[in-house]
Design a protein around this ligand. Structure first.
Ligand code: FAD
Length: 489
């Protein structure tokens, strides 16, 4: 009898399994694929290694969660800090978004006719918000439910919190307006683009405290895992086993049935019993696994997930050439700033390093390119129309690369396109919903602050569960949920 079966090795599942194994619980982690990481994995095809979705990771600075894990569990990974982590390109300019806030501010201030004093004031205010919120997410015990130690920690810095209250339930655009920046296109475009890849929405809609906090993404121990993020996933699986946990790869969980002692879990490798289940899945996927009714909060969560996005991808192999930096790098581009940041008009393009052994043969580099697609719209179409729409988006992505990222677009040798269906097939996320719940303005954002089970002794982790956006946030959420499970066990 296991104390817990963890279903799925996305970063929510990896974090939960590691935390439970570290606490000497009998844990089994079952993963359907033969490699870990889900949306943040590295997969092999035709002799190349591609990052599946996530490519740029925060949380590796001293004292942050991934840094602590590397040290505590002696994880065999090399984190490469990149400066600038993002090159932000529009048809009008290219801005290096440095990992040093002062340099990023200087880049904006150097643009012709930049409103320098407004930018400085906004950066100062945004830093205050980020300095208040990020340390909470650096240590999962600082999120509710609080221990006495965490309460004391919050009490000591409680003078910081009143400043946040005035931002709650306000969109980011209102803060930009307060600093007379709402008409300053280069900066609004940047805030839109960064909010889209972090909290999955734009400045008009974004809940201000989340948006201001995630504008710090480039400055918080952000970079690349040498060889691909898959190496971190594998190192975490190894750590789980070293802590006494079991890992079953290529072992899809087919169903879960309640029994008097807890659960009977049917896996591809046989049936097991567990007191608790931690499912690294969207709530929609748990429905098809167990016949039990979801709690009311989980029903709400499903609705929120369905307001989210899918991703259309191009996995590319390009010739290496002198126009490319040697190190891994990331180019975020808006093709037409007057159009919404989706459907091939906004591209996040990540190029492997020249010395990343195994990613591509000498003289070639692998590239992952993504764009957002509104899934509700896609789901309303017939199958054939869906395929046509996705292909037209992929064509737009190619055109966007040729026009705005020619160092990639003009050097393509091999191309593998992918769609929400591909994500559904490989990560088992229903309909291919990815990236978490858009943090649009409203008090609903604060409802999920406490971990809540899907049903008795069945917990969810992953990017639909608070704080759940990005690899770091899902990992924080996984630890937090594991601690809730531990207190029940
Ligand atoms: C295109 C794209 C780009 C992104 N870019 C970034 C980025 O640059 N930086 C960043 O931090 N974040 C990024 N993200 C977000 C980040 O990747 C995700 O939020 C995060 O990785 C999701 O983790 P998760 O815990 O929800 O698990 P998932 O990634 O959903 O993984 C779930 C795992 O569970 C397994 N599984 C599911 N069902 C079963 C079953 N029945 N039995 C066994 N196993 C099962 C799946 O195979 C999968 O491995 C990106 C996401 C996408 C899609």
């Amino acid at each position: 009898m296991y104390d817990a079966v963890v279903i799925g090795s996305g970063y929510g599942g990896l974090a939960a399994a590691l935390e439970l194994a570290r606490a000497d619980k009998r844990v089994l982690l079952c993963e359907a694929l033969n490699y870990p990481g889900g949306c943040a994995s590295t997969f092999s095809r035709k002799g190349y290694q591609f990052e599946a979705g996530a490519t740029l990771f925060s949380g590796f600075a001293s004292g942050q969660l991934f840094d602590k894990w590397i040290e505590r569990h002696d994880l065999d990974v090399t984190f490469e800090s990149i400066d600038p982590p993002i090159l932000f390109r529009t048809p009008d300019h290219e801005l290096p978004i440095s990992s040093d806030r002062a340099k990023t501010l200087a880049s904006f201030c150097e643009l012709p006719d930049a409103p320098v004093s407004s930018l400085r004031a906004f950066f100062a205010r945004q830093k205050r918000v980020a300095d208040t919120l990020w340390p909470i997410f650096d240590e999962p015990s600082r999120l509710p439910p609080f221990s006495m130690e965490a309460l004391w920690w919050h009490l000591k810095r409680s003078w910081r919190y009143p400043g946040l209250l005035s931002l709650v339930n306000r969109p980011l655009i209102s803060v930009l307006r307060a600093h007379s920046l709402e008409q300053y296109a280069p900066f609004v475009q940047y805030c839109n683009a960064l909010s889209q890849i972090t909290i999955q929405t734009n400045v008009m809609e974004a809940e201000a405290p989340f948006a201001l906090s995630t504008l710090d993404y480039p400055y918080r121990g952000t970079g690349h895992i040498h060889g691909g993020i898959g190496r971190l996933g594998q190192a975490m699986l190894d750590a789980i086993e070293r802590c006494g946990g079991e890992v079953w790869m290529s072992s899809r969980v087919k169903s879960c049935r309640r029994i008097p002692e807890g659960w009977e879990v049917e896996t591809r490798k046989g049936n097991v019993k567990a007191r608790t289940i931690v499912a690294n899945m969207l709530p929609q996927a748990v429905d098809s696994l167990c016949s039990e009714e979801a709690s009311l909060s989980m029903k709400r969560l499903k609705g929120a997930v369905e307001e989210g996005w899918g991703a259309v991808m191009l996995y590319l192999v390009i010739e290496d050439h002198q126009g490319l930096a040697r190190h891994p790098h990331h180019i975020q581009t808006i093709v037409d700033p007057t159009q919404p940041l989706m459907l091939g008009n906004h591209l996040f393009c990540s190029i492997s390093g020249a010395d990343e052994e195994g990613r591509a043969p000498e003289g070639q580099r692998t590239v992952t390119v993504s764009t957002h697609i509104p899934l509700r719209q896609l789901r309303e179409m017939e199958d054939e129309a869906q395929a046509d729409w996705v292909q037209s988006i992929q064509e737009r992505m190619r055109e966007g690369l040729r026009a705005c990222v020619p160092e990639v677009g003009a050097h393509i040798r091999v191309e593998m396109p992918a769609s929400p269906r591909t994500f559904e097939r490989f990560t088992r996320r229903p309909f291919g919903y990815v990236g978490g719940i858009p943090r649009t303005r409203g008090l609903h954002n604060y409802r999920g602050l406490f971990p809540t089970p899907y049903t008795k002794d069945l917990w969810l982790v992953g990017d639909s569960v608070f704080p759940g956006q990005s690899t770091l946030a899902t990992a924080v959420g996984g630890v937090r949920t594991a601690r809730a499970v531990l207190s029940r066990l």
